[in-house]
Each structure stands twice: as C-alpha cells, then as structure tokens.
Design a protein around this ligand. Structure first.
Ligand code: ADP
Ligand code: MG
Length: 680
C-alpha cells in the first residue's frame, strides 16, 4: 500500500488534471491519500425501519410504496412544494419535497422505493422532508459521504475510491503484525480500508474504524516517544555542580516543596551523562515557575555556561528580564534583554557579547533568540508558556548550538491524556502547590444589569489602594455590537472613572507603547488596566486584586483560568467578576465551573468535555502531524494506543525488529511534515 502514496491521483482512471486539482484542494494528492481520505459520515441504508417504529427526529431508511399522486403548489415564500404519501405494512408517512418540479416523474405512484432521511412526528403523522431515495432493487448498503468541494460530487468520489481500492494488491503489507492485531483484537489493514469506505455493515465499520484509529494514534505515540528517547542520546552539556541551595539564598522567600522538587528533577537531568534535560514544568498560574527556571539557570551559569530564556511576547520577556535581573545580578550574573524593540546597535552588541561569552543569560522573544544569535556556550534553553508551539518548533530549537538542555514551562493545565500526546516528547514535573499566604479568589458570575455595581466595587477597591484589570473581548470583524477596546475604555473613563488613571492595552498597539503602559501599571501609576487578552499570560502585578471579564462566555475556560490567575498573586483578597448575558445552558455551566473551582486541571477537563479539544489543539499550535481519522479528544482510544505502544516497544526492541519495519515507515510518513529530520 505504501507505494500507492507515490502514485499521483491523476493516474487514476477518470481523474483528469482538472479533477486532480479538485482532489488536491481536499488534501488528496496520491492514490494512497485517497484511500486514507475517509468518509465524513455514512448513510445507513442497510437497516430498514418500519414506519410505525420511526422515532421523532431520527434519521431512518424506510421501504415504502408511493400511495398517491403528488400534490403541488407554492409556499408563502414562493418555493415550489410537492407532497405525497407512502405506505409500508405498518403505516403511512408524508413526504415533502421543495424546489423539485420533476419529483412526480422520479417517484412513480404505486412503485416501491427506499427512502432515507430525517423523520419527524407532525400533526399529519410521520413526515420526511426531501428524503433521498433509491429503487428498491438497488443493493442495501451503508453509503459513505465524503467531504466535497465545488465540482467534485459524492458519487464521483465514491467511484474514484472504488477504483483506488481495486489497485490494492491481494495481500496488503500490514504495518501491524498479525500477532499484535490478535492480541489487541484489531482487524487487518485491507479489510479496514475496504470497510471504512464501503462497510458491509455498521459492525464492520466500527471494527475498521477502531483498527485505523488505533494504528494512527499508535504511530503518533511511537513517533513522539522516538523524539523523546532516541533523538538526543547524549548529554553534551554535562552540569557538574548543583547550585540550587545557593540560589535560594538570593530569594526573599523560601521555595515551596513542589518548586524544590521541580528544580531537583531538572538539575538531576542535567547531571545525567546519558541524556540531556528535556522537561516540561507544568504548574498553575502563580505557582512560581519563574523562580524554578531562575534557579535552574543559576546552576547552569555558575557551571560556566550560558542560558537563553524565551517568552512568547515582548511584555513577558521584559517582565522576566526585570525580575530575573533583580534576583541574579547581585550574584554577578550578566543578563540582557533581546526583543524586537531593542535598538539595532544594541542588538548587535548583545549578540556580540553572547558570542564571546560576556553575557550569561539572555531573555527575549522566541524569534530573536532562534534566528541569528550565536552563543559561545549555550547549555540551557528555557521557554515559557510553551503550549503555544509544538514538537516541530522544539526540535528546531534544539538543533541550535550543542544540543542544549530544554526546560519548558506551561501554565495551561492540560488534561492528562492530551498531555501524553502534546508533550509526548517531554518528561514532566508538576508544581502542585501554591506559595503560602495566597488568598482565595472569589469568582462571581453576573449579567450586564449588574455591571454598574461591579464598577462601583472596582472603584472602592482602587480607593483602598488596589488595582484592577478589565478585559474586553477582541472585536471580530462584522461584530458591530461589541465595542473595540479603545471605545470601551473611553466609555469607562468618561462615565465611571474620570478621576482615576486608566490605561489601555491591546494587540494592535506598538510594542513600546504596550510596555510603557505595563510599566506604569506595575508601578501603580495606573490603577485600572483595560485590556484585550494580551494580558492573558504571565503578567505579574501582585497589587492587582480585581479581574473583570466582559463577554466571559466568549473565552475558553482555560483562557479564563489564565486571566483569573493575574489576580490573587499578593496577600490581599482578590476577585474575579465574569460578566455574561449569554443564556445558553452550556455557557452557564462553563462559567459556573469557573466559580466553583480554582484547580486548573479540573477546569481543563471540564473544558475538554464541554467544548472538545479545540482549545488545546487550536490552529495548529500543537505542532503535531495532522491526523486523518482520530480525534484526540477520545481518551479511550488514546489510552488503548498508549497500551499498544508500550507493548510494541517491549516486543520490538525499540522498533528495531524487522516485523515492525512497516510501522516504522508509517511513523516517518506521519512526521514527514513536522520538519524533524532525525526520524528518517
Ligand atoms: P507563574 O508560575 O504563574 O509563572 P510566577 O513565577 O510569576 O508564577 O510567581 C508568582 C509570584 O509568586 C511572583 O511574584 C513570585 O515572586 C512569587 N513567588 C514564587 N515562588 C514563591 C514562593 N516560594 N514563596 C513566595 N512567593 C513566591
Ligand atoms: Mg509565569
């Protein structure tokens, strides 16, 4: 079957250049691609339901005789409408067709057909609107429905897939050896491919799907493990002495046990000659990840090597720079900030100093550190809020210099099963403890009729010396009813806070302006910060005690959790006010979850259940290879693939065994576009 991936789609009978282009648009370039272009859904014409058994709102196939001539006319909106009645032995049903003047020629009075579609119970009894129909002589099957594009219809795709299937050899090489399939009750590849397109029955479809999903997730799983284990086999930046104790002496507080554990995990990894540090430190907002990273950097620097600390935004980079400098400079650590807004001459100078080793620690945005910068002896890369990029970017980073240690920090709790996949190539330490003395955050859900009271409350807190964030959602195009950040802030300043210094922060501002505003806010010169979600990650202003979020239903729960984490960072009681006028039940349940728990993992799980995995796998951010059949939200399948992977690894001597050659090449194929060369 592998060779069919090298056979262009236009070589298939009936597919010319033009149709090939249409197929390309659907991501189908080769005959193999077409075979793995699985149906979006199916119509089950194989089971005929008696009319008397048809339940309201279900999609059914009935076998019935047309019992009356069509009656036609026009609807109030001038649509052509035609009705008739059909019968089987158990009852009658009304059929309604719109805009089809030929329907009475197509369905003959007195003849029997199969009708397929959604049925409902109306005053006239069972009724179907514009059902599909086939002569009763046609074979009763489960019919595949494909994603289509203009110019390419379902029947043509069906025909092409049939032709492609005919090219499969009698015996298809199966990447899963027979013994493995038996052990996990998975069917063979050929059977699965045939039945995923043209199922003999719904059971056959289920068996096929199970097998294909298992193979795909297994391939993903093994590929990620390969990245984690085999790729970076030696520690080229061996750290000899642990300086974490000395580092604690530089801090005004003592580390929590969870922080200490994470630090010692990292240091232990860096001292292990066999492989480098390659670890995710996952900790809820405010759990003190920066201090953990600082400690690990300190140990590296005291061992005479360099570190790069990367943040996703300039604001965060600057904030990290300021706090790290404050802690580390007294002990002689030389640090520098490298972001887009640093002057060119200054950038050049910093790069020079990095190259000749006059700077120990550089803090910046990802782009600046990865692109042109050359280091004298880069031994550690720290990246903050990492969930925003994926496996491929990590791989690229690590190709820099002498294969540095990698410490990834993420504040986005990810459901465990998804974590296995997204961070499948990393070891994990979890900081499951907040620094002592933190106050609870009270979270309230209100509708906009109570907004004035909420604003009054904010004023009171400000008068007591506290600060507040107010978040308005980003304006999406064509949404006239939502104010832009600027208009929104202007309204607040004018009508509510004319005597209070209010700042504004949004994505379209110049980096320098953003920084100026942030700086003013963190110096307590601004009391209220009206912002879009640019404040979502990382920003640390312990004196801020109120977070008010407008249109809260528009945010993912994990995002709300991040935003809420901007308050409750000092010793004062903090509040999070969610404003929402949405009346849907899901929105209400989601926002209620926010009020009930502060546990990021619980919130992540709820988000996964209520909204699916989109928030965790948004817009390619995960950097994982595209999957054609599996949903990563299906934790049962993920767990099965995990079990199979563990078995395969034991059974195959790290995939070296010849029986797994096919599986190995599947892994290469799946990862071919992630830009990681080491998997070839
Ligand atoms: P996050 O995990 O969200 O990145 P930060 O590292 O920004 O959290 O830490 C949040 C705040 O807690 C900072 O002001 C930091 O100085 C403080 N902090 C970190 N660790 C401790 C600790 N062990 N004890 C007291 N305060 C701490
Ligand atoms: Mg942080």
């Amino acid at each position: 079957m592998a060779s069919l991936f090298n056979r262009k789609i236009e070589t298939l009978t009936g597919v010319g250049t033009k149709r090939a282009q249409l197929f390309n648009r659907l991501g189908v370039f080769s005959v193999g691609d077409l075979l793995t272009f699985y149906p979006r859904t199916y119509e089950d014409w194989s089971v005929v339901t008696n009319i008397c058994d048809v339940a309201d709102g279900t999609t059914v196939c009935i076998k019935a005789v047309v019992g009356a001539p069509f009656k036609s006319g026009y609807t109030r909106t001038s649509k052509f409408i035609a009705k008739t009645v059909v019968y089987d032995e158990t009852g009658g049903a009304q059929l309604v067709f719109f805009n089809n003047r030929y329907i009475s020629n197509m369905l003959k009075n007195g003849e029997t057909y199969l009708f397929y579609g959604k049925a409902s119970h109306t005053l006239d009894g069972v009724s179907m609107i514009s059902p599909m129909f086939e002569p009763v002589s046609s074979q009763k099957t489960v019919k595949p429905i494909y994603n289509l594009t203009a110019g390419l219809n379902n029947n043509f795709v069906i025909k092409s897939v049939k032709r492609a299937l005919a090219l499969l050899p009698e015996k298809v090489n199966d990447p899963l050896p027979e013994e493995l399939r038996e052990r996990f009750s998975l069917c063979g590849l050929k059977y699965a491919i045939e039945n995923i397109h043209f199922p003999e029955s719904m059971e056959a479809l289920e068996r096929s799907r199970k097998r294909l999903v298992a193979e795909e997730l297994l391939t993903l799983n093994l590929g990620l493990r390969d990245l984690k284990n085999h790729k970076r086999s030696l520690n080229k930046n061996l750290i000899e002495t642990d300086f974490s104790k000395q580092f604690e002496g530089l801090l005004p507080f003592s580390m929590t046990n969870a922080q200490k554990r994470a630090i010692s995990d990292c240091v232990r990894d860096m001292m292990n000659p066999e492989r480098p540090l390659n670890r995710l430190v996952q900790g809820d907002v405010g759990s003190g990840k920066t201090a953990v990273a600082a400690s690990v950097c300190y140990t590296v620097i005291r061992n005479g090597k360099q570190c790069a600390f990367m943040a996703p935004t300039e604001i965060l980079a600057e904030q990290h720079y300021n706090s790290l400098k404050e802690i580390l400079e007294p002990s002689g650590v030389r640090s520098a900030l490298l972001t887009g807004s640093v002057k060119q001459s200054e950038k050049n100078k910093i790069r020079e100093q990095l190259e000749n080793g006059e700077i120990d620690l550089v803090i910046g945005t990802h782009a600046l550190i990865t692109d042109k910068t050359v280091f004298r002896d880069l031994a550690l890369v720290v990246t903050d809020e990492q969930h925003r990029f994926g496996v491929a970017q990590r791989a690229k980073l690590l190709s820099k210099g002498n294969s540095p240690h990698l410490l990834v920090m993420s504040a986005t709790p990810i459901p465990r099963t998804l974590g296995l996949i997204i961070f499948g190539d990393l070891d994990i330490s979890i900081i499951d403890e907040l620094p002592p003395g933190r106050q609870e955050i009270d979270t309230l859900l209100i509708d906009s009729s109570k907004r004035d009271r909420a604003l009054g409350f904010i004023r009171k807190e400000v008068e007591r010396g506290r600060q507040a964030f107010i978040v308005c959602p980003l304006v999406e195009e064509g949404e006239g009813d939502l104010l832009s950040a600027e208009e929104y802030a202007a309204e607040l300043m004018l009508n509510h806070f004319s005597d209070i210094p209010v700042g504004i922060l949004h994505g379209k501002m110049k980096a320098a302006d953003k920084e100026a505003v942030m700086l003013q806010f963190s110096k307590n010169e601004l009391k209220i910060l009206v912002a879009t979600t640019v404040i979502e990650v990382g920003i640390d202003v312990p004196n801020a005690t109120i977070m008010m979020i407008e249109n809260a239903e528009r945010f993912g729960l994990s995002q709300l959790h991040q935003l809420r984490g901007r308050v409750g960072r000092g010793s004062e009681k903090s509040y999070c006010i969610l404003v929402s006028d949405s009346s849907t039940k899901t929105a209400y349940e989601r926002l209620k979850t926010m009020c009930m728990t502060r546990d990021g993992f619980e919130i992540a799980d709820a988000d996964l259940k209520l909204r699916g995995p989109g928030d965790f796998f948004g817009s390619k951010q995960h950097g994982l290879p595209p999957l054609s059949i599996s949903s990563l939200a299906d934790t049962k399948n993920l767990e099965l693939s995990q079990r199979i992977a563990e078995y395969v690894i034991k059974d195959s001597n790290g995939l070296l065994d010849d029986r797994y050659r096919g599986l190995k090449s599947e892994i290469t194929r799946l990862f071919r576009d992630t830009g990681d060369e080491t998997l070839n």
